[in-house]
Design a binder for this molecule. Sequence first.
Ligand SMILES: [Zn+2]
Ligand SMILES: [Zn+2]
Length: 132
Amino acid sequence: MNKTYRRSRQRERILEVLQGTGTHPTASWVYDRLKSEFPDLSLGTVYRNLNILVEQGLIRKIDFGSTFDRYDANISQHYHFICERCGAITDLEFPIDDELNRKVEQAVGITPNRHRIEFYGICKQCRKNAHM
Ligand SMILES: [Zn+2]
Ligand SMILES: [Zn+2]
């Protein structure tokens, strides 16, 4: 059952901030962006609102095995690239490989609905910096 939540100006702004970045930020990054706008905002409130947005299907929480959860306003299925040097997480402009689900089905006999892939390497910015 979907709970209904009272509209909240803070939550709307949290969503806008997330939609305005492709960096897959942490809750504390979002908090830093909004604390001057809402002086009574707390990190706990940010977490609570992020969880509500996840529940509402408006954003995704992504666990990369790092210490902090990261949040993504891009809710379509997509692959990520993670820089092993600076830790940046970016969306990959690369089509989802539906064939992969069929390959798994043929090989293992289970039917995946979707899959998630993270590619690791050195991002363009770090590669550029290394050549300077
Ligand atoms: Zn990098
Ligand atoms: Zn993403």
